[in-house]
Write a protein that binds this ligand. Structure first.
Ligand code: SF4
Length: 445
């Protein structure tokens, strides 16, 4: 299995900063467009608002009980980019091996440049295991990622999320109470969910995408299910079909549909489960006939990509190679040349030996970083509007400087802890995934 992360070159010929792009748009220096000029403000400006803040997830409401970040001290809110950069460097140097900083592929450049490891959520959670000496794992991603790192790290290691308001709207679309209710309703329709047929298969196996809360991973672990990533979703579905007559897949309907369709499951056998409706808005007979029951969840970022954008890219660049993430809607995946995880996209670009034009359907921070890393290619985001994952974007460098300086001072802010009753079955579900097919790990810079 190859390593997926290639270190960012020290000198980048193109400015990869999405923040700089947004500030230029708002100041009028650039004629590009952004989905909302509110993105130019500090994330602390949105802590009191009832939604996820500006950008692609602006329509998503934060669930009741979601953690909220307390006010960041003014010295961090008011510091310049250069000052924060220097404070982060000094604090990191002071902490040395006591702290490791993890940066998700979709994280803003001003934060990622300080990361010891860069990768997708599972790569980062496993990368933390390579540093058992680190007392603090500073996870510059979103809440479910920090939970997964807590599941996989040592008991004496503290996982820290620099801004507690950095959630994932998709993960929050599958709430544990809704999932428990769904399970009960499925039992009403399908009978005893533990009863095996002549082939040893139970009526339904729950499968959750990595982008889900620890509570959901724990549910899956308790009910004979498994976790998947966008890299191994097909392998995991094969594992589940060996053990179950059908699969309940959450929270991302698109990853579930795209993967099952590629495996030959007809769309008619993939009913949707809307947790706000009785029987998920489906019928008992449709559920009985189903192969994959898709939870009504989606990623606000990947939902923005469209077939019209692909048509435009092809009209402007006849030789363009279009690669999209499988969280995109089915018609977008069908219209693209290829679909694959962030890791797949990275490797596809790195493997191209001739100068190539790539139109990429995934989060813009990763796309701009790839464009900077591979100047021999023309790489652009399919979405012409600058619109990052606005929840991930809440990890402003001010929060990173704050948590690192708190650690230097002997305090442990924003620790994410998964309780044992949830963590134990959640680890079981993750271990099943590793046994089904071990995914690759991120490498150190
Ligand atoms: S890009 Fe989508 S799935 Fe990923 S953290 Fe943001 S909202 Fe969640």
């Amino acid at each position: 299995m190859s390593i997926t992360f290639v270190p960012t070159p020290a000198v980048q010929p193109v400015d990869a900063s999405v923040d700089h792009a947004i500030q230029s748009i708002v100041s009028g220096a650039s004629t590009d467009a952004t989905c909302t000029t509110d993105l130019a403000a500090g994330p602390w400006d949105f802590d009191a608002r009832p939604g996820y803040g500006p950008g692609s997830s602006m329509g998503d409401v934060i669930p009741t009980g979601a953690p909220r970040q307390g006010e960041l001290p003014a010295e961090y809110r008011e510091a310049s980019e250069d000052e924060l950069d220097e404070r982060i460097r000094v604090a990191k140097a002071t902490l040395g091996d006591r702290a490791v900083v993890l940066g998700h592929f979709y994280q803003r450049e001003e934060v990622v440049r300080h990361a010891d490891y860069v990768g997708d959520s599972f790569q980062l959670a496993t990368a933390a295991k390579e540093r058992p000496d680190a007392e603090a794992i500073v996870f510059c991603g979103v809440h479910f990622m920090a939970e997964t790192a807590d599941l996989l790290s040592g008991p004496d290691q503290a996982v820290i999320l620099p801004n507690l308001a950095a959630g994932c709207s998709m993960a929050d679309m599958a709430d544990i109470d809704q999932v428990e209710e769904c399970w009960e309703q499925l039992a009403d329709v399908l009978g005893d969910l533990d009863a095996q047929d002549a082939d040893g298969r139970v009526p339904v196996v729950p499968v959750t995408y990595m982008n889900s809360s620890a509570a959901i991973k724990g549910f899956v672990g308790r009910h004979g299910g498994i976790v998947c990533t966008s890299s191994n979703a097909q392998t995991v579905l094969e594992w589940a079909f060996e053990r179950g007559q059908r699969v309940l897949f959450f929270p991302d309907q698109h990853l579930g549909r795209n993967t099952a369709k590629a495996m030959g499951v007809p769309l008619e056998q993939m009913p949707m489960w809307n947790p706000r409706k009785a029987l998920g808005g489906s019928t008992a007979s449709a559920l009985v006939d189903s192969r994959v029951i898709l939870w009504h969840g989606f990623c606000s970022v990947h939902r923005r990509f469209s077939v019209a954008q692909i048509d435009e890219a092809r009209a402007e660049h006849p030789d363009v190679r279009v690669i999209v993430h499988p969280e995109c809607p089915m018609e977008v995946v069908d219209a693209a040349d290829e679909a694959g995880s962030t890791d797949y996209i990275r490797r596809a670009i790195a493997a191209a030996t001739e100068p190539t034009t790539f139109a990429i359907g995934t989060e813009i921070n990763l796309v701009r970083r790839l464009a900077a890393q591979f100047p021999q290619h023309e790489i652009f985001c399919l979405d012409p509007v600058v619109c990052p994952c606005s929840t991930m974007y809440r990890i402003h460098p001010g929060y990173l400087a704050w948590v690192l300086e708190e650690l230097v001072a002997g305090r442990t802010p924003n620790r994410i802890t998964v309780t044992a009753d949830v963590a134990d079955p959640a680890r079981v579900a993750l271990e099943r995934m590793l046994a089904a097919k071990p995914p690759v790990v991120a490498s150190a810079r």
